[in-house]
Ligand binder design. Structure first.
Ligand code: PLP
Length: 396
């Protein structure tokens, strides 16, 4: 029998705060009642703040991030459209596969898993696309599989420098709400996220924010869509509702989570994620292990993917952490399976929780055969997290 708390350090679903869990314990209510908009109004408003948009609109689809990938594509593009993407991790891979399945012509740039979006290569290709054949550029802002954050503003600049009119699609599933995301400033046209990561709620809602330009593209898009029809959804949202039955308790949860986020303040949330992530990275450095991310400019503040040493199987590290220490760590996805384990550090999290994750990962690594010094990672992270008293008086 497992006793005590279970520790969840996967990069989503993340820990759901008690206030959010309680907020979901509601009697069912009529989603067609005239006052249903009282529930959704603040969700739409706060989500726009989280996305960094005043110009755009936000739609909530029952489903998940994957559903909103599909909604973004089928509501704005046309069959056979050429789109530019890079594959550098499991999620950019899956989005590219979806685009192909939906009948788009995908110009796919294959990169090592650990690289970021290839801004220079995108710029070159967009510059050479004299006839505007490329209709959209897709960027995975935070590649959760590798712990890599890409430069969305850089891709915007590449589009602008090339005077290119393509839509900019961004997957912000593991970034939005945790690290800075500036939809309007970066000229993002379609941005996808889900309820279960930075928004600290259970899975079950996908969010899609769209720019005025994307809304215009929607008018001439001929791809098939039904459940994920954005026009239907936005029309219903105008009245505070949904075109079909929404997951009402989850809406209460997301509302509470957003209220909490507004109270903490986005700059504080971003700073907290940076501090917690720095501690985790310092621990990995102290172990003498490498990150999957190729370069410090790419390091993600929401998830760290750690390469295990030669001769150690990352699956063993994850199994030991789970079976012996009641702690879920993220697995290596696709070709990284067995080579990488991931520590998710996003959402409702603090220093003590990160130290727990580091301490358990350290023990699991040692038990799986890694030659690292027990306590080395914990001590390194403590140095980052320690609030050193500023004045002697404060020491008392
Ligand atoms: N994109 C990224 C970057 C993700 O991390 C995930 C899930 O982890 C997805 C997309 C898929 O989202 P969902 O599982 O909500 O469908």
């Amino acid at each position: 029998m497992k006793t005590g708390l279970s520790h969840l350090f996967i990069p989503g679903p993340t820990n759901v705060p008690e206030t959010v869990r309680r907020a979901m314990n509601v009697p069912m209510q009529d989603h067609r009642a005239p006052d249903f908009g009282d529930l959704t109004a603040s969700i739409f408003a706060d989500l726009k703040t989280v996305y960094g948009t005043t110009k755009g609109r936000v739609a909530l689809f029952p489903g998940s991030g994957t559903g909103c990938w599909e909604a973004a594509i089928t509501n704005t593009l046309n069959p056979g459209d050429k789109v530019l993407m890079a594959r550098h991790g499991q999620f950019s891979h899956l989005w590219a596969e979806m685009a192909k399945r939906l009948g788009l012509e995908v110009h796919l740039i294959d990169l090592p898993w650990g690289a970021g979006a290839p801004v220079k290569e995108f710029a070159r290709i967009l510059g050479a696309d004299r006839h505007g054949e490329i209709k959209a550029v897709f960027v995975t802002h935070n590649e959760t599989a590798t712990g890599v954050t890409s430069d969305v503003a850089g891709v915007r600049k590449a589009l602008d420098d090339a005077l290119h009119d393509a839509l900019l699609f961004v997957d912000g599933v593991s970034s939005i709400g945790s690290i800075p995301f500036r939809m309007d400033d970066w000229g993002v046209d379609l941005a996808v996220t889900g309820s279960q990561k930075g928004l600290m709620s259970p899975a079950g809602l996908g969010m899609l924010a769209v720019s005025p330009k994307a809304l215009k593209a929607m008018e001439s898009s001929t791809m098939h869509r039904a459940f994920f029809d954005l026009a239907d959804m936005l029309r219903a949202h105008d009245g505070g509702s949904f075109p079909y039955t929404p997951p009402v308790p989850l809406l209460h949860g997301v509302k509470a989570a957003l209220t909490r986020m507004m109270e903490e303040g986005l700059p504080n949330i971003h700073a907290r994620h940076k501090r917690l992530a720095s501690g985790v990275r310092r621990a990995v450095a102290a172990w003498g292990l490498d990150l999957c991310a190729e370069h410090p400019t790419l390091y993600s503040d929401t998830v760290t993917a750690v390469r295990v040493p030669e001769g150690v199987d990352a699956r063993e590290v994850i199994r030991i952490a789970y079976e012996r220490y009641n702690c879920s760590l993220g697995s290596g996805l696709g070709p990284l399976n067995g080579k990488v384990f991931r520590i998710g550090h996003l959402g409702d999290l603090n220093e003590g929780m990160c130290l727990t994750a580091i301490s358990i990962a350290e023990m699991a690594l040692v038990e799986a055969g890694a030659r690292i010094k027990l306590g080395s990672g914990v001590a390194a992270a403590q140095e980052v997290y320690l609030m050193r008293p500023a004045t002697p008086e404060l020491r008392l």
